[in-house]
Ligand binder design. Structure first.
Ligand SMILES: [Zn+2]
Length: 185
């Protein structure tokens, strides 16, 4: 009973934190209804996954890390190089990204087309990875023209990774061939 009460209290605190961040950024109170995306919880546990391709520290959940390493190693054995560009992101970090873009003069509407509002990015879960490969610029749709993308479409599911925002999906997030989420376990 105590555990359940704590969990509800934690969820309420999280929802309040999200509402406060949204208020500060000017995001509408009915965002979650219009976007059609679920609120994403932050994980209980994160583990260091070494530096990303730019040398920044990466974090993800322990089971995501294990699945990623197994997938990366199998890809390497098949002659395909996979890199992680981005993994876990906190809700505060997501808010900073949006704030920086607002400060540079972009409209909130434009920004929210490519960045989920704080609380609604799959990266908060520590299970979503943005994947890149040496012969293509990261985080660009042209990733779907690479051997790495072809390899992922044929093999990622075996390791528990799913393409979250496929082309033509009804999601409010546009097509992201680089964004894969660990769903198993
Ligand atoms: Zn992503």
């Amino acid at each position: 009973m105590v555990k359940k009460t704590n969990s509800v209290a934690t969820e309420t605190a999280y929802a309040a934190q999200i509402a406060s961040l949204h208020g500060a950024l000017g995001i509408a109170g009915d965002y979650h209804q219009t976007i059609g995306l679920p609120l994403q919880a932050e994980p209980r546990q994160l583990t260091d996954a070494g530096p990303d391709m730019f040398g920044r520290p990466l974090q993800m959940t322990p089971d995501t890390l294990a699945a990623w390493l197994a997938m990366r190693d199998q890809a390497a054995r098949d002659g395909v190089t996979l890199w992680v560009v981005s993994a876990y992101r906190s809700v505060n970090y997501q808010a900073e990204v949006i704030r920086r873009k607002l400060d540079s003069g972009r409209s909130l509407e434009d920004i929210l087309r490519v960045n989920a509002a704080p609380g609604y990015s799959e990266h908060h879960t520590g299970r979503a990875l943005d994947i890149a490969t040496p012969d293509s610029p990261p985080l660009e749709t042209a990733f779907d023209q690479t051997v790495a993308y072809l390899w992922l479409t044929e093999n990622a599911a075996k390791f528990g990774f799913v393409l979250s925002y496929p082309e033509g999906s009804l999601s409010a997030i546009s097509y992201e061939p680089w964004h894969w989420c660990y769903r198993a376990g």
